[in-house]
Design a protein around this ligand. Structure first.
Ligand code: DP6
Length: 378
């Protein structure tokens, strides 16, 4: 049996947002959501886990520092995984009794935590996937997603690559609230994402607290959850299966708007987008108008960073425009033989360059990617 396992897990960015819990201990959501898993070439968490009778207790090392492993969320993930291993050992007495041995979990991100990118999804997905492999559990990714969900809701979607849905489920115990794959990466490999890291001066409202406030105080929230999201969820799945970027982009932008609207409608209001975020919306809206179709879609999570989805075939248009404003910040891949230039149809003269090129500190150019992967022992 393996005493030591290493895995990598991806980040995912929702195109239909999870916002609101019907059970905050089990992380059961008030609506189903959809995301795109991003390539681990650019963003990933690598987690190694091992057990030993010589360890004093469980321990977690995050980017080189020992961190507490005592949060209820971490503890429920560990407990559930150990329970599965105990059941396995009871069924097969020939197996090593390892479920009760202390674990050391060592986790690193290949992207700066300071970039303000949500790393908890990749982190919990990596932790759950690595321990499941170490324990040799025969659970499929949907089953594992239910465990990761209890760490952080959005983490459940990082158990799959490609295009992923989190089905909200209806049961009180959460056994039907899980991630499923809508389509693998190979179905629509031309999907690209440009992450514009917006230098946030103020600290954001953490998502858990923000959700609670929205559920409790927003009048719009009920309308979003009951009247808007269910139909949008079906339409977005259809658009992904049909590879209809125009529709996918429209739904993505509308859902980002809707999520930030219920935040604004919370009392007191929650502002995640800042002036830079709003200027990015203006730029994307203008490209789409200039081309008479949606060549790009913006989406914003619980912070000011923008994620721009587009198709590879429109790379010159989208990156040409973004480069015009943000070309001086780090992160532009030097593509040999390719220079960025503002596309002919984009009305650059309408923009005050000095104003619009402010506020972005880094660009990460990436694409749709694969789910958690076991790293072979070397
Ligand atoms: C805006 O998954 O971070 O990114 O379940 O409390 O850990 P917890 O919340 P979290 O919330 C993510 C919110 C979001 C939208 C999304 O990813 O769907």
């Amino acid at each position: 049996a393996n005493k030591y396992v290493t895995v990598t897990a991806p980040v995912n960015i929702a195109t239909l947002k999870y916002w609101g819990k019907r059970d905050r201990f089990l992380n059961l959501p008030t609506n189903s959501s959809i995301s795109v898993t991003l390539s681990q070439d650019d963003l990933k968490t690598t987690t190694s886990v091992c057990y030993s009778k010589n360890f004093e207790s469980d321990a977690l090392y995050l980017n080189g520092n020992e961190e507490s492993l005592s949060s209820p969320r971490q503890q429920s993930c560990l407990k559930l995984l150990r329970k599965c291993r105990i059941e396995k050992e009871e069924q097969d007495p020939s197996l090593d009794k390892i479920a009760s041995l202390p674990l050391h979990i060592v986790s690193v991100n290949n992207f700066p935590t300071a970039a303000g990118l949500a790393s908890s999804a990749a982190g919990y997905a990596a932790m759950v996937y690595s321990i499941a492999k170490l324990y040799q559990l025969d659970l499929d990714r949907s089953e594992l997603s239910k465990i990761a969900r209890q760490g952080s809701g959005s983490a459940c979607r990082s158990l799959y690559g490609g295009f992923v849905a989190w089905e909200m489920g209806s049961l009180d115990n959460g056994s039907d609230s899980k991630a499923v794959q809508i389509a693998p990466r190979a179905h629509w490999p031309g999907i690209r994402a440009a992450i514009l890291v917006v230098s946030a001066a103020k600290k954001e409202v953490p998502s858990t607290g923000g959700m609670q406030l929205t559920v409790k105080t927003s009048d719009l929230f009920d309308y979003r959850v009951k009247q808007v999201v269910p139909a949008r969820y079906e339409e977005m799945k259809k658009a992904i299966l049909a590879k209809d970027f125009g529709v996918f982009a429209e739904l993505t932008m509308k859902d980002s708007n809707s999520f930030h609207a219920v935040c604004l409608d919370s009392y007191p209001p929650i502002f995640y987008m800042n002036d830079t975020s709003k200027r990015i919306v203006k730029v994307i809206t203008t490209i789409n108008e200039a081309y008479g179709r949606n060549v790009a879609a913006y989406t914003f999570d619980a912070g000011p960073n923008a994620v721009i989805y587009y198709e590879e075939k429109d790379e010159d248009i989208v990156l040409g425009t973004l480069h015009e404003f943000f070309g001086s910040v780090p992160g532009w891949a030097k593509k040999s033989g390719k220079s960025f230039s503002v596309p002919r149809k984009f009305p650059i003269e309408k923009f005050d360059h000095d104003v619009f090129s402010k506020g972005v500190s880094r660009v990460i150019l990436t694409s749709v990617g694969e789910g958690p992967t076991l790293v072979p022992e070397s």
